[in-house]
Design a protein around this ligand. Structure first.
Ligand SMILES: Cc1cc2nc3c(=O)[nH]c(=O)nc-3n(C[C@H](O)[C@H](O)[C@H](O)COP(=O)(O)OP(=O)(O)OC[C@H]3O[C@@H](n4cnc5c(N)ncnc54)[C@H](O)[C@@H]3O)c2cc1C
Length: 481
């Protein structure tokens, strides 16, 4: 059905805004990834009832629905051909002691401001800062710099309310018979088949579903493929009274990542790395031969002597002023933006292998794997990310557009990462970039359970088709750069 017809038919059912003009379709054809797909129409439901009506309509006519938060996702998760469901009107927040009840369209920045008044904060903290939505964060199992201490979204999600593809509403954990069946088919020892890493957004996280009460975790990282998230109950944390930031310089990234597993033992909230391409923008004096910086943040008191002992790098700064710490983190958070300064007109930096995670002790092996690819494909690489988690954002700069090489690099890299015991994505998700590689990550039995779960929540495959469960290769298909 064409966009104008979708708009005409839907406006008989719901009163919310519906767009199908050329400008709006172009606007919603991109997100923060390297991909582009033009949708037919964009809908802006104002409440759960309208979501249900739109979902029933789409199911009846076999039109796909791709939910969209702020479009800051990096793998094309919010792009789709059919209906894009912009969730920004669902923006209510209710504080409950150490939990918050929040609708999916709430921007993280708005939630942060309200939580701050209660001396609390949300643990997961993507570097995009205030500009992503809670629905998008749940759907990607977002994480960020504080996950060492406070976990990813999956660790903080207590309850989630979704609309499934037959238009029914389900609050997980639930007594629903289908949910009970799903829990039953997940082998008790499935976690053994998952990479032993601190964060993982690849596939469905059945490794964390041991009983009915864990079922909200199925939705964390499901990228809009199982249902439309309407609202959720999420843990919040007390803002620490004291914060200490230590900035350490290393001659090489290899030196820094060798230290990472020891630094993690000092109970930090963050251990973050930026390479020299990013570090040169930081407004502090950095040694000429510095290859990278590590930012280590502690919440409440810490024994700084431990850091001095564990680190082989040179400590440049120990900062305790909250204001100054905030400013310094801005440089780290802008890493993706700064990395764009390092590419020239004829170069490209598609976001496809940017989110691997390995056991932190094995980071040196990840660097070795990269070295092999750098010399084989003559690559320039920018590296930054969550070193304490073993989760590095690796951005290869390509000198020409060659989709075959992009796929080859990705395939070799992912096989290497899985061989090291890691996951192909720690926090950004699979999306268009990695869905076809989920089968490499997990064995056939695990993938069959993923398929069964998708079928159970979304039998007609209307929710974000082509993501998570797909037979197609999409890594280079809709690349815009
Ligand atoms: C500069 C930059 C830095 C970043 N840093 C980090 C980081 O440090 N850590 C990190 O984890 N991520 C990071 N990201 C990635 C991104 O910000 C997160 O993945 C974010 O959580 C996505 O939220 P969003 O609202 O923009 O979602 P979108 O991009 O709009 O959507 C992402 C996915 O969620 C689905 N979705 C959205 N809303 C719903 C809903 N209501 N129901 C069901 N599915 C839904 C979409 O279909 C899509 O699959 C970064 C991105 C950028 C651009």
């Amino acid at each position: 059905m064409k966009g104008v017809e979708i708009k005409k038919n839907l406006s008989k059912i719901v009163k919310c805004k519906i767009l199908s003009d050329k400008y709006s379709r172009n606007f919603y054809s991109v997100d923060s990834s390297s991909y582009t797909i033009k949708p037919s129409a964009i809908v802006f439901p104002r409440n759960e009832t309208e979501i249900i009506k739109i979902v029933k309509f789409a199911s009846r006519h076999h039109i796909s629905i791709t939910p969209r938060g702020a479009g800051t996702g990096l793998v094309g998760g919010a792009l789709g051909k059919g209906i894009i469901m912009d969730m920004s009107n669902l923006n209510k927040i209710k504080i409950q002691n150490n939990l918050v009840q929040v609708q999916c369209g709430v921007f993280k920045g708005n939630l942060d401001n309200i939580l701050k008044k209660h001396h609390r904060f949300l643990g997961p903290n993507p570097s995009i800062g205030p500009y992503c939505t809670i629905g998008g964060m749940i759907a990607t199992n977002a994480s960020g710099r504080y996950s060492l201490k406070y976990g990813s979204m999956i660790d903080n999600l207590v309850q989630v309310r979704i609309v499934t593809s037959n238009g029914s509403v389900m609050t997980l954990p639930s007594d629903n018979s289908e949910i009970k069946k799903i829990v039953k088919i997940i082998p008790r020892d499935i976690a053994k088949k998952f990479p032993q890493v601190t964060k993982n957004s690849c596939g469905y996280r059945i490794d964390r579903v041991l009983s009915r009460k864990d079922t909200p975790k199925l939705i964390a990282g499901s990228e809009g493929t199982l249902g439309i998230i309407v609202s959720a109950k999420i843990k919040t944390h007390r803002i620490p009274k004291k914060i200490i930031l230590v900035i350490i310089s290393y001659k090489t990234i290899l030196d820094a990542v060798r230290d990472a597993s020891d630094l993690v033992k000092t109970d930090p909230a963050s251990v973050e790395l930026i390479d020299k391409h990013i570090a040169k923008h930081v407004n502090i004096r950095i040694p000429k031969k510095s290859g990278c910086l590590i930012f280590v943040e502690f919440h409440n008191d810490t024994d700084l002597e431990q850091i001095r002992k564990k680190s082989t790098g040179r400590i440049l700064q120990i900062v305790t002023s909250h204001e100054k710490i905030k400013k310094l983190w801005n440089f780290r958070d802008a890493a993706l933006g700064y990395s764009l300064h390092s590419i020239s007109k004829n170069e490209r930096m598609p976001t496809v292998i940017e989110d691997a995670v390995v056991p932190v002790k094995r980071l040196p092996m990840l660097m070795k794997l990269l070295d092999i690819l750098i010399s084989k494909y003559n690559l320039k690489i920018i590296t930054y990310g969550h070193a304490g988690n073993g989760n590095l954002h690796i951005r290869p700069i390509l000198r020409h557009k060659d989709n075959k090489i992009i796929k080859k690099i990705a395939q070799e890299f992912f096989i290497g990462v899985i061989g090291i015991g890691g996951s192909i994505t720690g926090e950004h998700g699979d999306g268009l970039a990695r869905t076809e590689f989920i089968k490499l990550q997990y064995d056939a039995q695990t993938y069959a359970i993923f398929k069964r779960i998708k079928k159970s929540f979304d039998p007609y495959n209307i929710f974000n088709p082509g993501k998570k469960i797909s037979q197609n290769s999409t890594i280079t298909k809709n690349l815009k750069i």
